[in-house]
Each structure stands twice: as C-alpha cells, then as structure tokens.
Design a protein around this ligand. Sequence first.
Ligand code: DGL
Length: 242
Amino acid sequence: MNLGFYDSGIGGLITLKKLMDDVGTFDFVYLGDKANFPYGEKDEETLLMIARKCINFLKDKESDAVIIACNTISTTVFKHLEKFYDFPIIPITDWIKSYRINGNVKLLGTPNTVNSSFYQRYMKCEGIPDPNLANFVEKGIWDGEVEEYLEGILPTGEYALVLACTHYSVLNGVIGKLRPEVRIIDISDMFVEHLKSVIDFSKINRGNSSTIYFTSKDDNLMKMVDKLGLSGMADVEFIDPL
Ligand code: DGL
C-alpha cells in the first residue's frame, strides 16, 4: 500500500515526520502545494479546485490512500471532496469523533479553519484566527521573531490551546516556554494516534522510494526538509504549478 500526503507547504511534512517517528520509516509521496500557499484565507471555490488537482496528482503517483495533512482543507472543502474519489481520503481532523477536549479551550488556526466552525461543532472553544503564523513556519522562523509575534496573540491564563494547523507543531516548544500554564494540544499528535487505528502499517511499502513534490521552486524548502530530518529519506522534486 502506498500513502500520499498533501498540504499547502511543509506543514504536512511535520505531521508525516511525527508519524514515521512513531511507526517507522515507510514509502510515501508528499505534495506541498507551495505555489498556492497560504490556503488560510482563500475562498472555498478556489480551495476545492486546488485540492482536487492536488489529490489527482497523488492518485497519478499511485497513492492508494491520501492523507489531507492540512486543517484548512479538512475543515472547509473536505466534505465536497470524497465523492470524486474511489479510494480513501483521510482528513487530519479524522480523530475528532473519538476524542473529547473539555474545559477552557482556545483554538489556534488559519482564518478559514477557525471561521469554518468545524471544531466548534465538537468542542466549546474560542477561536484565535491567525493569518501569519503558518508563514513564519514556512519561512523557517521557528523561534526568535515568531516568539514576539506569539506573545502578542496568545492570551495569558490557564487554558487548553488546540494547535489546529499542521504548520504549528514546530512551535510547540516556543509556546510552552511563553505560556507554561497552557496545556498544548497538537492535533498532529491526535491524528497520528488515530491513524494507527485505521491503517495497518504492516501493509505499507518500506522500500526506500519516497518523493516530496513542491509546486514551486524555493531553496528554503530544501533547508526545511533537512531541518525536519527528512533529507536522505526522500527525493525532492520541484514541479510546475498544477
Ligand atoms: N498547514 C495548513 C493547515 O493545517 C495550511 C496553512 C496555510 O496554507 O495557510 O491549515
């Protein structure tokens, strides 16, 4: 079985790395739709068109299942996507029906994710829509300047903070330092646990032939792949926008 992963940039790679740290290295095809990054404020019609092209691409690369490693797509247009495909498409939000998060909860995500009200259907939470954080992460700014930015947007006090964007996982440590009283809930961790219960990883190919595709060329992306500990695990190819 061959797994495809899709996000607007490097966010889904962070989730993928977490998954492989848990279940062991496996073959994958990854598509980072960098040409259309960021997705956080695009309208639904555009997102649906983009997502279909990206999933079709992963299908052509012989993926047997596609993981939508992007909250923005998962919380907005995923509901319209499934009908187009005859193989499993698994959204990063798939864990949400089996876990409950209670108490004082704040939801940090892109404007599209927070405004979709998707998470709010499953938990009582106050949204912190943010148009900039994913961009910091995509540029490789994982501390320093982003710390100052986070200081300005994160409320003080005790609460649970749901990191509802796959890019944010690398900010976990910085947020913990800034707000030690906050309980951080990284949805990528929830998803990895969930995925292990829906996919039999003994059936996934492990032949050392993985490829990461990006839909635009940017030298910084190679640095990010390296920073995530993924260089050597996959070839990186820059392709034309889909
Ligand atoms: N990584 C994505 C998410 O989980 C999208 C970030 C963006 O493109 O704005 O929402």
